[in-house]
Design a binder for this molecule. Structure first.
Ligand code: PEP
Ligand code: MG
Length: 898
């Protein structure tokens, strides 16, 4: 560390090492190396920033000596001198970390000005007004950033000066007024400091470098890094760039501007941006004057325009990526101040990916790798029109659970939601939480909003499965069902009022916020097609209805990895029957109701298998505890009270019977209770009915010559003996259906791995199964001992804020914990059956980072909700490409060894 090089001239830097030089420093180094006109300067590395913090916020002892040597070299190059009265050198001191954090850290301009050099600048520029204006801007920025003085003090002084001179705009202030402002600004600083303002440019520089390092840990930067999950391995510290000042405000042959080499809104190949003649960057930001579209530059400063276009072309060819560029023209001389990869929306990214391949600028692999899978979400759902939404402040924010925007009236009651939905009214179902018995209202609503629960709670999973926008865990929203209202800070929203929810970021708005319809372009299809050919992982869908199956297929899913059969019982004509079944007391009574349900299930299975013909459809037998299909106990008590008031005795008795049964079945911890295979063991007739429905559906489809491939999957299995018991039922029913239809059926039998013991005994499980599917929602719950229904709305946000956890493990797979357990299970399973089909059907199956893990772990497929299929395809292709690139160097080494 002691001997490490801490300062690099731009021509010594490494454009590929953003970690050391920061994005801005790397860009300046690369442009200098390419021969582009970058003002002379140097970068102090991010390592120095880390040393600054490691030594208790002190700059390394000899740093300023090294800085001085570099400044002397700049002086030689430019012919200007730091502190000179004749031809002063002024510099900007700019922050820049490995990841761009726009506006989150500090920068100081015009450094080097003092009471003497301002005279030099006035003489040299032949423009005293400009010199004094630069000086007052410097004092204001320096006072604010270095000394932490409230900007208001400077603004008030500026306002007083404008008032005294009787002008409106800053640009109308004359030299005399500006000189007075400089005096006042100095007094503000000196009063604050209790000592004179530092006149020595080197002292100014030292203070500015320190201030930039300090801004790395400033509140804005910390919040930004947390929001965008910028961890230390992504960006560790800021670099400081000291750059010779060039001025775009030195007359009508000077200008400043910002351009994108392609349009960031739609990706069109045309330079896009704005500029201003005789101005500094700040003027553009402050909106004092309206910038001109870049095309006008061709007329106003034709030579500069040609230089700019050539530079754009050169940078794109070099970086193979559209660039976002800052330039300045000082008295006709063109300078480049910054270049970085352009941030674009999803449409822009996709179009540029396809275009650049057509232009032979990049390969297909690179076109796939440069996209962010999550960004595709923008193209698959209705989104809030962010520009128009500015007039609609968000009233509360919850957990973004199912993407897309929806507007509708607030309805708290499930029955009412169904009734309104039938009448064509757009409804947002607002509940504290939801249960399977609420699902009919999901069908009837355009969006779901709950005050409890997390990303894998019932409401979240069902909304995602149906592709309906959903927000969960909105804990600042207090619902009062009795008064039919909810309250958020400072506002009460009544049932029937219109709200808009944004399931992509969790915001709730009052009224109808304008939205943008999704667009599936040809370019999007092209990218998916390329990704499809690149990936190794299979992509299946979590789909419970024929509609979801059709949509998933359209998006490119090849099979269904999870069809949750309980969802079918939630359809309106089934729920009543299912409740009847739960209410039965004898096995005969139960079988009679199940007989009726079987007919309905069979027809559902036939439809889904047909929609996915040619591919596997994994049907999971009943999983949730039975009481979840009964109304909530509190609601039943309320219902009985109101029936008693109306004196409708027959209904009272029926409701009381349901209440008794609900109390009987209630569990303290239902997620670990009487569910999954445990229902199959204790009420075998339920699983028998489902297995028969699947076998008969498959048999009838064989007769109808439909290429159906059903698989039966058992949930919550913890021991092989459970599986063996169910397998017996399966074998027996399958062969009876085979005899009935006089055919042979191929229906694979498999288990979910979502119980820790199930994973640890996967070798035993493999002996009786043909496939495994990881249920990582329950597995995460079990491995962490975190209730998947509660933690996201309770302590998880604080855990993430305090960096106890980096990510929400229900969203992005916990590779070290849950992932290790999966690897044990995979190894055990494959030790018995090397070609065992192993997939994942927890919500992680649609998460790009988790998909990378699944690829590496050698899974056969991932299963994601229909709307995440394109994201999963792209992420799977990226995983394959990354693996390819990681392997390359190893192959070389191993060859050498040989
Ligand atoms: C799981 O646990 O990961 C799973 C897919 O099942 P469910 O979410 O229905 O419990
Ligand atoms: Mg589960």
């Amino acid at each position: 560390m002691r001997n490490m090089k801490s300062i690099y001239f731009f021509n010594e830097g490494d454009g590929n090492n953003k970690k050391l030089f920061g994005g801005k420093g790397a860009g300046l180094a690369e442009m200098t190396r390419l021969g582009l006109p970058v003002p002379p300067g140097f970068t102090i590395t991010t390592e120095v920033c880390n040393m600054y913090y490691a030594s208790g916020k002190k700059l390394p002892r000899n740093l300023m000596n090294k800085v001085k040597k570099k400044i002397v070299k700049i002086e030689k190059k430019t012919g200007k001198k730091f502190g000179s009265i004749e031809n002063p050198l002024l510099v900007s001191v700019r922050s820049g970390a490995a990841i761009s954090m726009p506006g989150m850290m500090d920068t100081i301009l015009n450094l080097g000005l003092n009471n003497k050099t301002v005279i030099g600048l006035a003489k040299k520029s032949n423009n005293p007004r400009f010199a004094w204006d630069s000086y007052r801007r410097f004092l204001q920025l320096f006072g604010k950033v270095v000394f932490g003085i409230d900007d208001k003090k400077f603004e008030q002084a500026l306002e007083r000066a404008k008032h005294a001179q009787n002008v409106q705009a800053d640009s109308d202030l004359n030299e005399e007024s500006l000189q007075k402002i400089v005096l006042e600004y100095k007094t503000i600083c000196e009063n604050h400091l209790g000592k004179p303002f530092p006149e020595d440019p080197y002292k100014q520089l030292e203070l500015a470098i320190e201030a930039v390092f300090r801004s790395w840990m400033g509140e804005r930067a910390l919040v930004y890094r947390e929001k965008y999950k910028i961890t230390k391995d992504i960006a560790n510290g800021t670099a400081v760039n000291v750059v010779t000042m060039v001025f775009g405000n030195m007359g009508n042959d000077s200008a400043t501007g910002v351009v994108f080499t392609r349009n960031p809104g739609d990706g069109t190949r045309k330079v896009f941006g704005e500029y201003l003649v005789n101005a500094q960057g700040e003027d553009v930001v402050a909106g004092i004057r309206t910038p001109q579209p870049i095309d006008n530059l061709a007329r106003e400063l034709p030579k500069t325009y040609t230089q700019l276009m050539k530079t754009c072309e050169k940078l794109e060819r070099h970086y193979k990526e559209p660039q976002d560029i800052e330039f300045t023209v000082e008295q006709g001389k063109f300078y480049m101040l910054q270049t970085r990869s352009a941030k674009m929306n999803a449409i822009g990214m996709i179009k540029t990916s396809v275009d650049m391949v057509k232009e032979k600028l990049i390969s297909r692999d690179r076109a796939i790798l440069r996209l962010q899978p999550e960004q595709l979400d923008q193209l698959l759902h209705k989104t809030i029109d962010t520009v128009a939404a500015k007039n609609y402040p968000s009233i509360v924010k919850g957990i973004a659970a199912s993407p897309g925007a929806a507007t509708g009236i607030v309805v708290f009651d499930v029955k009412k939601a169904v009734q309104f939905g039938d009448e064509g009214v757009k409804v947002i179902l607002v509940r504290e939480e939801t249960k399977p018995e609420d699902v009919p209202a999901f069908f009837a609503s355009v969006g779901i909003l709950t005050s409890r629960g997390g990303k894998t709670s019932h409401a979240a999973v069902v909304a995602r499965g149906m592709g309906k926008p959903g927000i969960v865990g909105c804990s600042d929203m207090k619902i009062d069902y009795a008064a039919k209202k909810f309250q958020v800070e400072g506002k009460t929203v009544l049932e029937g009022e219109v709200i808009t929810i944004d399931g992509s970021d969790g915001n709730v708005f009052l009224g109808e916020v304008p939205t943008i319809e999704p667009k599936l372009t040809d370019d999007f299809r092209t990218i998916l097609n390329w990704a499809e050919k690149t990936k190794r992982l299979g992509i299946r869908a979590n789909a419970d209805t024929p509609e979801a199956a059709k949509l998933a297929r359209e998006y490119g899913a090849k099979g269904i990895g999870l069809c949750r059969t309980e969802r079918m019982f939630n359809a309106r004509d089934r729920l009543g029957l299912f409740v009847d079944m739960i209410m039965t007391r004898t096995i005969e009574e139960r079988k009679a109701v199940l007989e009726k349900l079987m007919v309905l299930q069979k027809s559902d299975f036939k439809e889904i298998l047909t929609a996915m013909k040619g591919y596997h459809v994994t049907i999971r037998l009943l999983d949730p505890p039975l009481h979840e299909f009964l109304p909530n106990i509190e609601e039943l008590i309320n219902r009985i009270h109101s029936l008693e008031k109306q004196n409708t005795s027959s209904e009272i008795d029926a409701t009381k019977r349901i209440l008794d049964r609900a109390r009987e079945l209630a569990e303290i911890n239902p997620m670990m209770g009487h569910r999954g295979v445990r229902i199959g063991i204790t009420f075998p007739e339920i699983y028998e009915m489902q297995i028969r429905a699947i076998c008969e559906a498959a048999a009838e489809l064989v007769k109808e010559k439909v290429d159906a491939h059903a698989q039966i999957m058992i949930p919550q299995v913890g021991s092989v003996t459970e599986l063996i018991q169910i397998k017996k039922i399966y074998d027996q029913i399958k062969s009876s259906v085979e005899s009935k239809y006089e055919i042979k059926l191929k229906i694979n039998f498999g288990t979910m791995l979502e119980v820790v013991r199930g994973c640890l005994t996967a070798d035993e499980m493999a002996k009786v199964t043909e496939f495994f599917s990881f249920g990582t929602n329950d597995l995460t719950q079990a491995v962490f001992s975190f209730s998947r229904e509660d933690v996201e709305g309770k302590f998880l946000p604080e855990y993430i804020e305090k960096e106890i956890l980096v990510e929400n493990p229900f969203q992005s797979l916990d590779v070290n914990g849950v992932g290790s357990l999966m690897q044990i299970a995979i190894a055990k399973g494959k030790s018995v059956k090397p070609n065992l089909e192993i997939g994942i059907c927890g919500e992680h199956g649609g998460d790009p980072i988790s998909i990378k893990f699944c690829h590496k772990a050698g899974l056969s497929y991932v299963s994601a909700s229909s709307h995440r299929i394109p994201i999963a395809i792209l992420a799977a292709a990226q995983a394959a490409l990354l693996e390819k690139s990681e392997r390359k160097p190893k192959t070389k080494k191993s060859k050498k060894k040989k």
